[in-house]
Design a protein around this ligand. Sequence first.
Ligand code: FES
Ligand SMILES: [Fe+2]
Length: 357
Amino acid sequence: MPTAPVRSSSVASFLPPELYRSEAIAALERKHYASRFWHPVAAAADLPVGQVRAVDVLGLSVLICHGSDGIVRAFRNRCPHRAVAFLEPGQGTVACRRLVCPYHGWTYDLEGRLMAAARESEFVDPFDRSAWPLEDLDCRLLASLIWVAPGVNPIPLEDQLDLPLQEATSALRNPLELLAFHERTLACNWKIAHDNTLDDYHVAIAHPTTLHRLQGPVKHYGHRFGAWANVLATPWAEPTTGAGEFLTFGLPPWNHLLLWPDGRQAMIQFVPETIDRCRMQVWLLGPRELQPEGEALMAEMVHFLAEDRALVESAQRGYGEGFRTGPPHRLEARILHQQAIYAKLLQPWYASGRMPR
Ligand code: FES
Ligand SMILES: [Fe+2]
């Protein structure tokens, strides 16, 4: 009679599926995980001097402004008078010298200073413009992207990008153009999409004619792990551009940085919308000479991302049916690495038993 396989009690395991389907967990993730990190919000090349855009970062409405002094700043998109937003995210990038609140007309420059308020001499108490600047948020430019940290104690951006900065410093310091941008909703918890993009076990099976051709034989895969980021390095399989490596970095909280030896760079992020839906955003950046091919290069990415979409949405249905995870494979080590970071940041909640189930 066949015996059941014996399982050691200390086997490696994925995060429990309960963490993928709880509203309470999603709130804790936002507070104790996502808010510790920096979030890419736009391509630097897509926000020239004198332009402003409203974006949503972890539920906060944020204005990013490229001031006439050349500095890009982030502010809470809330008028200090009565909390109305200056711009809505759907308005895209807007060229303006002044931000005028649509409620009572308080007017700010792009450095966040209050320049005028309607009927200024008639406030109940003496009015001092300098006491009412826009509330600023941490904002940085790195890797041709604008990053915002909405939390109070963010991990340094150089730590979050530890491995990319060690392995590709000069590539990341080159200012790149925005070649194309793509976004769409995926019907899955963000962790399923993040896990999938960290998963080097599925590529040969699920992407035989797309990504697998680019990444080449599994025997040449190389993995490296930093404190925060990890990377899959594969020899470049494109004969026209010579030797090199194609690098796929996995980054917390839900990001992926892809670097090609021809100077292309992509940032992919999976931003949670609900517990069973996330927003995939893809910035494709590169040198100016690749601009004419930008849409075609993005179309290639969208092709393999669509192969993934079918799989992650199928997995989501399984998680919703009470599925228990199977054993991790050696080629899924990058998933375990990022899940360990997630678990460590939520550890006080595990340890105290306050982690909802
Ligand atoms: S809310 Fe902006 S001016 Fe009143
Ligand atoms: Fe994939």
